[in-house]
Design a protein around this ligand. Structure first.
Ligand code: ADP
Length: 445
């Protein structure tokens, strides 16, 4: 195992990884920008190194500074967390070239899954169901018209280099296609410097369901069930739950088995997530995330596994030591992402936390780096806490979540806590009856 791990991230996830490392008897190195001098992940680490000014491009994305920090602290391994450099294949490769272990998948797998067309093709070959669409890039309006005719309208034009829901355009009918194609193309050039686009069937009211997988260096793989992340605004997830209220046990088992087998065929290792849209009982792959995800705790709550610990063990070359038959699922878990934003306008609200009181009690977990007197800096993502609740069943989980939300005090700035309270009382949420468009209608009318 490693002696010292450098954590190339900040906020709640840096703390989350630190906790797992410490429990495994490893020392931790925090890196931070000048804006994060007083951050909890810095205070609790064994060692801390300042890697640059507030702007992420100069600090948390500063590869040279991070590698230098690892060298001078004698770290063995680097955990990238999520966001920042976590899905940067060049970074993963450089970490390895400098003889540190990258706690994550191989650079090749990160690169493959970062190219949407190549990713779709490779998972399709591994048996994963994909959205019907053009079997590769579409270069002209004529080609697009031809592909769309085969797929059937409405169609979605997507950028190969896409991310964050940008560069996507729907064409409802044939006469709208030419314009949508041109717009998607120019948006893709503007956003990613790459105008390559492809076509997919547009699904009208899908749910977002993703499967968590784990794979070691020795060919052992397991799936850890699904998470339902349909509650999104502008392609940002706000609430996630596991298991999904939309799946029956056959659907669950089948997609889990397919994902597990695909991981093995692809030769992937570490944690990974297959994201699907789910409509009318069918799964359609949209992308694979080659990192630890924000919503990983709900899987931990229903499986009892520590996913960060598993990532570290896998990176160190340790075999999983268990098989699919050893994985059991217990109860229900829901995560609410709490952002420093106005609960109705979503205007960011950085600033000083005057009062802080997190909830507790049986089945309640708070992953956050907040404390009373802490100042949330304006430079980074607005997510400041994750409230994760577990119950014996969905109903108990919802009751407990409402109770926990009502206890939570984050004073001094606007947060989305009131929005979560409203959501958890809504009949559609209580009934599990929502698709990926539900939340936008709820909050934006
Ligand atoms: P990105 O990498 O930009 O986030 P994704 O492929 O993950 O792109 O898609 C982002 C979101 O766009 C999905 O969560 C879903 O809401 C929507 N979406 C993607 N593909 C389709 C499709 N074929 N039909 C309907 N909605 C889609």
């Amino acid at each position: 195992m490693f002696e010292k791990v450098l954590i190339a991230n900040r906020g709640e996830i840096a703390l989350r990884i630190q906790r797992a490392c410490r429990e495994m008897g490893m020392r931790t190195v925090a890196v931070h920008s000048t804006a994060d001098q007083d951050a909890m992940h810095v205070r609790l680490a064994d060692e801390a190194i300042c890697i640059g000014p507030p702007a992420a491009a100069d600090s948390y994305l500063n590869v040279q500074a991070i590698l230098t920090a690892a060298a001078i602290t004698n770290a063995d391994a680097i955990h990238p967390g999520y966001g920042f450099l976590s899905e940067n294949a060049e970074f993963a490769a450089m970490v390895e070239e400098h003889n540190f272990v990258f706690i994550g998948p191989s650079p090749e797998h990160i690169r493959l899954m970062g190219d949407k067309i190549a990713a779709k093709q490779s998972v399709k070959e591994a048996g994963i169901p994909v959205v019907p669409g053009s079997d590769g890039p579409v270069d002209s309006v004529e080609e697009a018209l031809k592909a769309a005719q085969e797929i059937g309208y409405p169609v979605l034009i997507k950028a190969s280099a896409g991310g964050g829901g940008r560069g996507m355009k729907v064409a409802e009918t044939e006469d709208k296609l030419s314009e949508a194609f041109k717009t998607a193309r120019s948006e893709a050039v503007a956003a990613f410097g790459n105008g390559e686009v492809y076509l997919e069937k547009f699904l009208g009211k899908p749910r977002h369901i993703e499967i968590q997988v784990l794979a070691d260096h020795h060919g052992n793989t397991v799936h850890l069930g699904e998470r339902d992340c349909s509650l999104q605004r502008r392609h940002q997830k706000l609430v996630e739950e596991a298991p999904s209220p939309a799946l029956n046990s056959e659907q669950r088992e089948e997609i889990g088995r397919i994902a597990k087998e695909a991981v093995q065929k692809i030769g992937y290792r570490s944690v990974g997530t297959f994201e699907f849209l789910f409509e009318d009982g069918k799964f359609y792959f949209i992308e694979m995330n080659t990192r630890l995800q924000v919503e990983h705790p709900i899987t931990e709550m229903i499986t009892g596994l520590d996913l960060v610990r598993e990532m570290v063990r896998i990176a160190a070359g340790t075999p999983l030591g268990y098989g699919q038959e050893d994985i059991s699922f217990s109860g229900h878990a829901i995560e609410c992402r709490i952002n420093a934003e106005h609960p109705e306008t979503f205007i960011p609200s950085p600033g000083r936390i005057t009062d802080y009181h997190p909830p507790g009690g049986l089945g309640v977990r708070v992953d956050s780096a907040l404390y009373s007197g802490y100042t949330v800096p304006p430079h980074y993502d607005s997510m400041i806490a994750k409230l994760i609740v577990h119950g014996a069943n969905r109903n108990e989980c919802l009751m407990r979540l409402r109770r926990a939300l009502s206890e939570y005090i984050i004073g001094g700035l606007d947060s989305t806590l009131p929005l979560h309270l409203r959501l958890m009382a809504d009949p559609d949420i209580v009934n599990g009856d929502y698709d990926i468009h539900w939340l936008e209608k709820f909050v934006d009318g």
